[in-house]
Write a protein that binds this ligand. Structure first.
Ligand code: 5HY
Length: 252
């Protein structure tokens, strides 16, 4: 099966690091193709960044519709553009935050999220509410480590994240940790060994859930709000990304 791994920021080295984490857990026969938008923020750490990241996701799934993947993973903890992507692509589309919440809630009655910038915690809180995990998500904690600094994560930064996780487990009374950034994927195994509790990386969780959904022959519903976009002209720089009537007619 073919998984499209979509990093919504525009840092190619981060896209490759996320792709390596995805390929490390992918089953034999699963091909992971990694991509990122042609425009937008080098990292997503604010509402403004996220607005462009969502448009970047829309751009990439619109292009992917020409040769659709079996499933798609949106590899940013804000799950930007998730609903739009589900309207466009037939195969399952998974956001790493939603995937991680589902997995963590099956491993512990309560989990805590450890993320990057404290200012993005409210964005994770809104996802917890949106996805209905208020009862199992016991806390969201920022480390104020910039997203792109994670690429150079050495022992001091690893220890900083480990300490934030220990504090979260103790303060929240939770039994599992969710890593709140795709850039933390490479740190998951080490943190899990050190903390002795389940540490969930959304990239890996989303890849395995994508394989499971495709394996079950399940695809996004076309009934209701996830029906394909209505065909209409777009103007300006997005003109070429419009959803044409031909595609709408050909859709399920
Ligand atoms: C991410 N930003 O996973 C989010 C993390 C965050 O560029 N990739 C980003 O802080 O929300």
């Amino acid at each position: 099966m073919k998984i499209l791994l979509l990093n919504p920021n525009t840092t190619a080295s981060m896209t490759q690091a996320i792709a390596a984490a995805a390929r490390a857990v992918a089953a034999p026969g699963t091909e992971v193709r990694a991509t990122q938008p042609s425009f937008g923020p080098v990292s997503i750490e604010s509402h403004y960044d996220e607005a462009f990241a969502a448009a970047g996701v829309a751009e990439q799934v619109r292009l992917a519709a020409e040769d659709p993947p079996d499933a798609t993973v949106i590899a940013c903890f804000g799950d930007p553009g998730l609903d739009a992507a589900r309207e466009v692509l037939d195969g399952p589309v998974l956001g790493i935050a939603e995937a991680a919440f589902h997995v963590a809630s099956m491993l512990a009655t309560g989990f805590s999220v450890v993320t990057t910038m404290t200012r993005t915690c409210v964005m994770a809180e809104r996802l917890v509410q949106r996805y209905g995990f208020e009862r199992s998500c016991r806390g969201i904690h920022g480390t104020d480590i910039p997203v792109l600094a994670l690429e150079q994560a050495g022992e001091p930064m690893l220890r900083q994240i480990e300490e934030a996780a220990r504090t979260a487990l103790a303060r929240d009374g939770s039994g599992a940790i969710v890593l709140g950034c795709a850039g933390m994927a490479p740190l998951c195994a080490t943190l899990s060994d050190r903390l002795g509790v389940p540490v969930v990386d959304g990239v890996a969780a989303a890849v395995k859930l994508a394989e499971a959904l495709v394996g079950l022959g399940l695809r996004t519903s076309r009934r209701g709000d996830y029906a394909q976009p209505l065909a209409k002209p777009f103007t300006g720089w997005a003109q070429g990304l419009a959803w044409e009537a031909t595609r709408a007619a050909g859709g399920r």
